[in-house]
Design a protein around this ligand. Structure first.
Ligand code: AMP
Ligand code: TRP
Length: 334
C-alpha cells in the first residue's frame, strides 16, 4: 500500500481545504504503520497553468507547506515536498506524452471547465495537466490516491496511460492506482450561499472561514452566516431544501466526527440562536491550534525550505528506479 496525493499551492486557505482535503491526508498518515510513509506534495508544476507573479507563487508554496504541517502532516513520517524540487515529475510527464492520446485528454471535464469557451486560448499546460498528474502518481507506484470526486477522471486516465505503456513496451513498470475517496469526505459550502462551494475566490470574505481568522473573526462569521428561522429537525433528511442549515450541520458533524443525523438529534427543536454558538465554539477550538502553528511556521521560510529540501531528497530516491525503468523501456540511452 502506498498513499500519495498532491494539492495545488493556492493561497488563502480556508475551512473547505482543511475539511475537504488536508484533514483526510492527516488521517491516512496517522493510520499507516510506522515503516510505510505517505507521499504528499505541493503541485507547483501544475500551478503554472494559472498565471501568477513569481513572488506570489513562492509565497503560496511555502504557505501551503506551512498549512499542511500546521494541520498535522509530519514531515518525519510522511514525505512532504514540492514537485519542482523533483525533476523526475517533469521528465516522466514528457515520456508519458508519447503514450497518452489526444482523444483521452479531450474527454477530461476539468479541462473543459477550466478552459471555458476560449479553448484555443488555453495553455497546452492546462491540456496536458492530467499527464503530469499521471506521472506524479506512477513515479511512486502509488496504490491509494486520496482525492475529491472531481479527480476520479484523472485517476482513470492515469490507469489508462499506465496500462498502455506497460502493454506497448512489454513491461510491468507501472502500478495501477485507485482513487481513495474517504467516506466522511466533506464538501463545505459558502456561509452566505448554501449552494456554492466555500471558495478562496468568493469576493465576500464573510462567505468563508480562513485558516488565519482569529477566534472573534470565526465567531462573527458563524453568527452572521445565512440560515432560516426554522428549528433543527430530528433527522438530517428533513433538512432537504435548507441548504444553509444543512451546511452548518454538516460542518458541525465533520468537526465533531458525528453523523449529521446525530447532530440533528441532539439539537432537534432548537433554532440557530442555540446552534450557532455551539458551532462557533467547536470551530474556534479546532482551528486555534492550527492557526497558531500556521502563522508561526509561515514566517520561518528557512525552516520550511529545509523541510521541503529533505522531503524532495527522499522523493527523488524513491522516484529514480521508476524513471530509469521508463527510459530503459523506451530505449532512451542516458
Ligand atoms: P483549491 O484551492 O480549490 O484547488 O482546493 C484545494 C483542495 O481543497 C482540493 O483538494 C479541493 O477538493 C479542496 N477544497 C477546496 N474547497 C473545498 C470546499 N469548499 N469543500 C471541500 N473541499 C474543498
Ligand atoms: N489535480 C489535483 C487537484 O486539483 C492535484 C494533483 C496534482 C494531484 N497531482 C496529483 C492529486 C497527484 C493526486 C495525485 O486537486
Amino acid at each position: 500500500m502506498r498513499v500519495l496525493s498532491g494539492i495545488q499551492p493556492t493561497g488563502n486557505l480556508h475551512l473547505g481545504n482543511y475539511l475537504g482535503a488536508i484533514r483526510n491526508w492527516v488521517k491516512m498518515q496517522d493510520e499507516m504503520d510506522a515503516d510505510s510513509a505517505c507521499f504528499f506534495f505541493l503541485a507547483d508544476l501544475h500551478s503554472i497553468t494559472v498565471h501568477e507573479e513569481r513572488a506570489t507563487r513562492m509565497r503560496n508554496v511555502r504557505e501551503m507547506a506551512a498549512a499542511l504541517i500546521a494541520c498535522g502532516i509530519d514531515a518525519d513520517r510522511s514525505v512532504l515536498f514540492n514537485q519542482a524540487r523533483v525533476p523526475a515529475h517533469a521528465e516522466l510527464a514528457w515520456l508519458l506524452n508519447g503514450t497518452a492520446r489526444i482523444g483521452w485528454l479531450n474527454r477530461m471535464t476539468q479541462f473543459k471547465d477550466k478552459a471555458g469557451k476560449n479553448r484555443e486560448g488555453a495553455s497546452i499546460g492546462l491540456f496536458v495537466y492530467p499527464v503530469l498528474q499521471a506521472a506524479d502518481i506512477l513515479l511512486y507506484q502509488a496504490t491509494h490516491v486520496p482525492v475529491g470526486e472531481d479527480q476520479k477522471q484523472h485517476l482513470e486516465l492515469t490507469r489508462d496511460i499506465a496500462t498502455k505503456f506497460n502493454t506497448d513496451f512489454g513491461v510491468e513498470l507501472f502500478t495501477l492506482p485507485d482513487p481513495y475517496i474517504p467516506k466522511e469526505s466533506a464538501r463545505i459550502m459558502s456561509l452566505r450561499d448554501g449552494t456554492a462551494k466555500m471558495s478562496k475566490s468568493d469576493p465576500s470574505d464573510m462567505s468563508r472561514i480562513n485558516l488565519t481568522d482569529d477566534d472573534d473573526g470565526i465567531a462573527q462569521k458563524v453568527r452572521k452566516a445565512k440560515t432560516d428561522p426554522e428549528p433543527l429537525p430530528e433527522t438530517a433528511a428533513a433538512l432537504e431544501g435548507r441548504a444553509e442549515a444543512l451546511n452548518l450541520v454538516g460542518i458541525y458533524a465533520t468537526l465533531t466526527e458525528q453523523t449529521p443525523d446525530a447532530v440533528c438529534a441532539s439539537f432537534a427543536g432548537k433554532g440557530f440562536g442555540a446552534f450557532k454558538p455551539a458551532l462557533a465554539e467547536v470551530l474556534v477550538e479546532t482551528l486555534r491550534p492550527i492557526r497558531q502553528r500556521f502563522i508561526a511556521l509561515k514566517e520561518d521560510e528557512a525552516a520550511l525550505d529545509a523541510i521541503l529540501d529533505k522531503g524532495a531528497e527522499k522523493a527523488r530516491a524513491v522516484a529514480a528506479p521508476t524513471l530509469d525503468g521508463a527510459y530503459e523501456a523506451l530505449g532512451l540511452m542516458r
